[in-house]
Design a protein around this ligand. Structure first.
Ligand code: FAD
Length: 482
């Protein structure tokens, strides 16, 4: 029988993988393929942190494939050319993949589908990444949702998503195996090894994802609602990079949570609070699919004339965790060290960039894109536009996070600050979120020399707040650009 090609992309798993399942149902040999083609990602080729993750995740996928009698074929370059060459070489009759929703991927995939159809190849794509795909959901006017709560209510009115598919028992190996690159040939791993903190923090791959989910369901789900905003506690699932790379499916997570709910009714509140977060991810993909310009431009067109500043030194201070505001700096250092930042701190750090420093949200989104292991165009664009006040269902622009009060509220003992900013670790809790208010004689006692061991605040928050509100008032109406 002619082989089928399964083109893996952001679905790096064997469980609940509809494209792989379709290939298995053909009953012929299967060629599991990955193509490294960053130039086909438009303005958003994977950043350094994502590349680190991708390398590990592909290695894990290859291992899983080997357990089933197969292996991963690795190529790089122009996807359409590679697919056509492989079809010719192996006599493949079908190509299967799971869909992506980013504008460049959508356009590329449609083009490839068309080209392969014209060669009489059986091409099919599937939903592996979403509970429901963006075009399956519409409001009463048959338009995309722009507000989260009705979107969530709509989800609640739907039937449970399809149950996850099992992993195939065996994967038949083709008689012709084309020459494969090694993973090392893709040069995804950094030349200078800066990734020690990543290795300490993460286990990329399907097994790592399964462990993360099991840990969360067994140990942290019950307290999720209470702990999810505390950056010093491991209170959330830490599944975002696994979800981005498709090492685990949202359907699998949804059903695993439902199962726990059936077993223990008292989990109801935290479980639904967690599932709601999973649906924020769906909302982000819904928005990016229907408003593809929002990766770089504000959803609310009026924000195009927002009087952003341009200060490289301030941008650099923010990126390096040297703004002088401990909660912002701790978050940015956590990001640099682990490739991840707690959601609450993402909001605070992002708000500081766009509202206190008046620097464009796109600068922050770019930095996150390069440094997050869970960098995801839909989630990142929505997150930044939400904070900047220019996106769907965004935080009103006049709601400006006070970094000191936020720190005191969500890291009351300062444990998070002490972990990521060792130069402040001796400071008593009452000064930990505002070291500049610590009396000079006390500063020395705690090893602090402001401006030397730790920066002075780069802006005065209350003046910055007034400046931001004045800038905001220059935007008159708040229209949405379709
Ligand atoms: P949990 O609380 O355990 O939630 C479970 C899952 O739900 C997450 O893994 C994630 O897939 C989804 N989720 C949770 N919160 C959100 C949210 N606010 N928006 C969308 N999905 C959500 N998330 C990314 O995956 N990639 C990004 O590039 C990204 N950039 C962000 C940028 C900014 C400025 C902000 C404010 C948020 C961003 N987020 C991003 C959303 C959120 O911070 C992370 O998804 C979350 O911190 C992941 O941790 P977790 O898996 O422990 O989350």
């Amino acid at each position: 029988m002619n082989p089928s090609i399964v083109w893996f992309r952001q679905d790096l798993r064997l469980h609940d993988n509809p494209a792989l399942d379709a290939a298995v149902r053909q009953l012929g040999p299967i060629l599991p393929l990955f193509i490294w083609s960053p130039s086909e990602e438009g303005d958003w080729p994977p950043g350094e942190a994502s590349q680190w993750w991708l390398h590990q995740s592909l290695a894990a996928l290859d291992k899983e494939l080997q357990k089933k009698g197969s292996r991963l074929l690795v190529q790089k370059g122009d996807t359409a050319q590679i697919l056509k060459k492989l079809i010719k070489k192996t006599n493949a009759a079908a190509v299967f993949w799971n869909r992506r929703y980013e504008p460049a991927a959508v356009a590329r995939d449609a083009q490839i589908k068309c080209e392969l159809h014209s060669l009489k190849i059986d091409v099919e794509s599937f939903n592996a990444a979403m509970l429901y795909e963006p075009w399956e959901i519409a409001n009463k006017q048959n338009k995309p949702f722009l507000v989260f709560t009705p979107f969530w209510n709509y989800y609640l009115s739907l039937q449970n998503p399809l149950p996850p598919l099992p992993a195939p028992a065996k994967l038949p190996f083709p008689s012709t195996w084309p020459e494969s690159l090694s993973l090392g040939d893709l040069q995804l791993k950094p030349f200078i090894d800066w990734a020690a903190g990543f290795r300490e923090t993460w286990s990329p791959g399907w097994q790592g994802a399964e462990h993360a989910l099991a840990d969360f369901l067994n140990q942290r789900l019950y307290d999720y609602k209470a702990n999810r905003d505390l950056p010093d506690t491991i209170g959330t699932a830490r599944l975002s990079p696994h979800l981005h790379f498709g090492e685990i499916s949202p359907r699998h997570i949804w059903h695993a949570v439902q199962e726990r709910l059936r077993e223990e009714k008292r989990l109801s509140e935290p479980a639904w609070s967690f599932l709601r977060q999973l649906v924020w991810r769906e909302f982000a993909h819904h928005l990016l699919f229907h408003f593809p310009h929002t990766a770089t431009q504000p959803l609310r067109a009026d924000f195009e004339s927002f009087p952003w500043k341009n200060s490289q030194p301030q941008l650099r201070a923010w990126q390096k965790g040297r703004t002088g505001y401990p909660i912002v700096d701790a978050g940015m250092r956590e990001l640099w060290h682990t490739g991840w930042m707690h959601n609450r701190v993402r909001m605070i750090a992002a708000s500081f960039l766009v509202k206190d420093l008046l620097l464009p949200w796109q600068e922050g989104a770019r930095w996150f894109w390069d440094t997050l292991v869970d960098a995801d165009l839909a989630n990142n664009s929505m997150g930044w536009q939400w904070v900047a006040g220019c996106g769907a269902d965004a935080a009103p622009y006049f709601r400006i996070f006070n970094p000191v009060l936020q720190g005191e509220k969500f890291d009351p003992q300062g444990h998070y600050i002490r972990r990521w900013i060792p130069e402040l670790s001796q400071l008593p809790t009452k000064w930990i979120h505002k070291p500049w208010q610590c009396p000079l004689n006390e500063q020395r006692r705690y090893g602090l020399v402001l401006g030397e061991t730790y920066p002075e605040p780069t802006v005065d928050h209350s003046l910055a707040r007034d400046r931001a509100l004045t800038a905001f008032n220059q935007i008159k109406s708040r229209k949405i650009r379709e």
